[in-house]
Design a binder for this molecule. Structure first.
Ligand code: KMH
Ligand code: ZN
Length: 310
């Protein structure tokens, strides 16, 4: 893995897993998403990983029109790197999921590296009252949910973004996904450096044990060597424990309400910025420094914030 004492903090501000009834702080409207993203950038996030939602119901909305409501505002207010999801929600088709990244040609788009069960129904034990009808179904239906990312789907996203200069956050939820990324590298369809986002703790993916983190790192190091730019995200309560382990191993980290609505045990995060500020304290406490957006652009070989289409 390339070694530097600069750590990229990514903030994923809203996502498509949590629902409005779980936290009053989950950004839902374009104004809330823009404010959350700008606050996260001011707190030290170099990269903003973005999803959109329906402002009335909070349901994930992957139409370009939904993203158009906040992308220009974020670009005007910050220099942070904008990363548009192509994961959208696991309930959507890959064609729907790829549309916003194809249209707005961001510096980074996420790219999910394998098909898997993607389950959040155990949250039903914790939440009984919902503000919107879709929320209960969203959780319940995840018992049968397969997040489809076949080789054909991955090729589709690559082809759709081909020629736009968009690079990728390769989301790897298991060891096999690293091998799929190596396959695309062997075919010359993806180019180094490889920004690998290792995801721990999704039911259907790898767990959150320190040995899981080590195994992911060792395998990624072996497959990608000096071309690896390794980042981690821990889902839910394990977010900061996994971030701390990865920091001590030379990794980059992702936080944000997409992945965890908590700031401490039993305490909701009142903003994305509060999680970024905590991440910053961890980084600096270990004698490392927080990468600026310009640092992140150099580390990941990005095209520049002036070459996007929004
Ligand atoms: N919430 C992450 C575990 C994407 O946007 O492409 C999954 C994710 C997928 O971030
Ligand atoms: Zn996402």
């Amino acid at each position: 893995m390339s070694s530097t004492d600069k750590v990229i903090i990514t903030c994923a501000v809203t996502g498509a897993i949590h629902t409005p009834s779980m936290s009053p702080y989950l950004p839902v409207t374009p104004d809330q998403i823009a404010e959350a993203a700008i606050g996260a950038a001011e707190a030290g996030a170099a990269i903003l990983h973005l999803h959109a939602r329906d402002p009335e119901t909070g349901k994930p909305d992957q139409t370009p029109e939904a993203f158009e409501q906040f992308l220009p505002r974020i670009k005007q207010a910050t220099d942070a790197v904008v990363n548009i999801t192509t994961g959208g929600s696991p309930y959507m088709t890959v064609a729907e999921r790829a549309e916003p990244a194809a249209r707005f040609q961001p510096e980074i788009a996420s790219l999910n590296m394998g098909s898997m069960n993607f389950a959040f129904f155990p949250l039903l034990a914790k939440y009984q009252d919902f503000q919107h009808d879709w929320e209960r179904e969203h959780l319940e239906n995840s018992r049968g949910l397969v997040f489809r990312n076949s080789f054909k789907d991955i090729e589709y996203v690559l082809e759709t973004c081909h020629g736009n200069g968009t690079r990728f956050e390769f989301e790897c939820y298991d060891i096999s996904h690293l091998y799929s990324l190596a396959h695309f590298s062997d075919r010359g369809l993806v180019k180094p450096p490889f920004f690998v986002q290792s995801v721990f703790g999704i039911l259907g993916g790898i767990g959150t044990h320190p040995e899981d983190v080590m195994h992911m790192k060792r395998t990624a190091d072996r497959l990608f060597g000096a071309e690896l730019r390794w980042s981690v995200l821990g889902a839910g309560k394990d977010q900061f424990r996994i971030a701390t382990q990865a920091l001590s191993l030379g990794g980059n980290i992702r936080v944000g309400l997409e992945d965890s609505i908590w700031i401490a045990r039993g305490e909701l995060a009142s903003s994305n910025a509060s999680q970024v500020a905590k991440a910053r304290r961890l980084v600096e406490g270990l004698g490392l420094s927080v990468a600026t957006p310009e640092d992140a652009r150099k580390m990941l070989g990005l095209k520049g914030g002036d070459r996007v289409n929004f």
